[in-house]
Design a protein around this ligand. Structure first.
Ligand code: AMP
Length: 483
């Protein structure tokens, strides 16, 4: 099946897709739309960038309007729960865009902003509510929102909700929706707690697995440059002076680092904005609008803040720091090369980050080409490569690699080494925004204290990271990406 006309979408929806210039459904749309139109539950393993929002928004809108009736006061008919504010705005926008000829009432609820407009919107009755868990529970507690009229529930980016410590909140939300409902659960990875959740809340779900990893890693021109930590600011400035770097997303691991990098760039005469979870909603929206319009060429972001960034023509992604979870790397570089375009990803790798690059290469089943000087060359230890791209991991001499691994086992930041037993894992390196999980969606009214992610403490977190990783590897094998 290759055309939207074969998906039995109603005329107003088909017209909205034509308005958007969509020519053909993406694989997840082909697989998900027909069963969702029938009212089936769905378990979707897919990342953003696959067209998954339309895959659920289109059939939901169609069913909503086939059975048109006024929404209950304070209770939506459709509830979409998402982990971040940016994703909430974006998903709500998609419902409005795809429903432009049907005109559903769409509301969005998230923390970090005043609650009054959200309360007013709910009081009028909404068809579709897109919400982050913290503020949603807050407004439910205050009696401004009820969930007893929910006919369809979508949990989007469930693995992120788990990472951000939202799983207990999600379970409370599940306790407030009617048992008779259509439920959709999307997650980029399927760690054990998400699988258990899926088993508990989905009834005979249709399972859709779409892994864009292969297309992402194939489309993006990936490079790694070995530099010392101290040289990174200058190397970045130099990279960004190239005019072909027309719109670039620079990733840092921490919020403080994000501010520092943006400030340094501005000092060096490069216009840059920082975006992360501690910035106010207004500030984040202004930065994004500037980046989208082209006024700001360089956006420096943490991973969580970048989740909701859906901009098609990002020419370059720079990993100012290498992520310790390989899937995060794939997710980051997928911000460029969207909608089939080409893109460049450059990773600045300090000596202590080389193990992360090796893990990334292993996950992708491909090597990342090295640009610039190799660290070992400076010491005259390597034979020349005659310009042939070498796997980044092959670059470090064996002795050096052994030293790094030993260092990792003895307390240096290091992610779990695949294949090692659980007990052999080094402690998980704190993720970018681990330090203040309550700030993720602005917290409850901006002051909540969030429980720490993963009930069982760090030990569980380590296991889950490992499980998630093995699952992705398995998927790469299962779906024959040919890498
Ligand atoms: P998503 O995975 O929902 O974040 O969607 C990623 C991007 O793909 C968004 O910019 C959508 O507007 C776009 N998109 C979704 N479906 C299609 C389609 N069938 N054809 C072209 N673009 C699409």
């Amino acid at each position: 099946m290759k055309s939207f006309s074969e998906l039995a979408l109603s005329e107003p929806l088909a017209r909205a897709l034509r308005d958007e210039g969509y020519e053909a459904p993406t694989p997840i749309q082909v697989q998900a739309i027909p069963p969702l139109l029938e009212g089936a539950d769905l378990l979707g393993c897919a990342r953003t960038g696959t067209g998954k929002t339309a895959a659920f928004a289109l059939p939901i809108l169609q069913r909503l309007f086939a059975n048109r009736r006024p929404a209950l006061r304070k209770s939506p008919r459709v509830l979409v729960v998402v982990p971040t504010r940016e994703l909430a705005s974006q998903v709500a926008q998609s419902f409005t865009t795809y429903g432009r000829h049907l005109r559903p009432n769409v509301a969005v609820i998230f923390g970090g902003v005043g609650q009054s407009p959200q309360v007013r919107a709910m009081a009028h009755g909404v068809d579709v509510l897109v919400a982050t868990p913290g503020r949603l529970l807050d407004l439910m507690g205050q009696g401004h929102v009820r969930l007893d009229g929910v006919e369809t529930l979508v949990l989007d980016e469930a693995d992120q909700m788990l990472d951000l410590g939202f799983l207990p909140d999600v379970k409370r939300i599940l306790g407030a929706v009617p048992p008779r409902r259509q439920t959709l659960l999307f997650s980029a990875t399927m760690p054990a707690p998400i699988e258990q959740l899926a088993q508990r809340i989905l009834r005979n779900p249709v399972k859709v697995y779409v892994t864009p990893v292969a297309s992402t890693v194939e489309l993006v021109d990936q490079r790694v440059q070995f530099v010392s930590r101290d040289d990174k600011p200058d190397v970045l400035t130099h990279l960004l002076r190239d005019p072909s770097v027309s719109r670039v997303l620079v990733f840092t691991r921490t919020k403080r680092g994000c501010d520092r990098v943006a400030k340094r760039l501005v000092q060096n005469g490069i216009q840059a904005q920082a975006i992360h979870g501690d910035k106010s909603q207004g500030n984040r929206e202004r930065s994004l609008a500037g980046f989208r319009s082209g006024k700001v060429r360089v956006l420096v972001a943490t991973d969580i803040a970048a989740r909701g960034i859906d901009i098609d023509d990002i020419s370059h992604v720079v990993n100012y720091e290498i992520p310790n979870v390989p899937e995060t790397y794939v997710h980051r570089i997928g911000r460029t090369a969207r909608a089939g375009a080409a893109g460049v990803a450059i990773s600045l790798c300090a000596p202590e980050e080389r193990a992360f690059v090796r893990d990334i290469e292993k996950l992708m089943r491909r090597s990342i080409a090295v640009i610039g000087a190799h660290p070992a060359e400076a010491h005259g230890r390597r034979a020349p490569t005659h310009g042939k791209p070498q796997p980044a991991s092959a670059k470090a001499p064996a002795r050096e690699r052994q030293q790094e691994e030993r260092a990792g086992r003895h307390g240096h930041p290091q992610r779990p080494v695949p294949g090692r037993t659980q007990t052999g894992h080094a402690p998980r390196q704190p993720r970018a925004e681990d330090s203040r999980p309550g700030q993720r969606d602005g917290g409850r009214g901006g002051q909540g204290t969030r429980r720490s992610p993963h009930h069982g403490g760090r030990g569980h977190a380590r296991l889950e990271v490992h499980v998630a990783r093995s699952e992705s590897e398995q998927k790469l094998d299962t779906f024959g990406t040919g890498l």
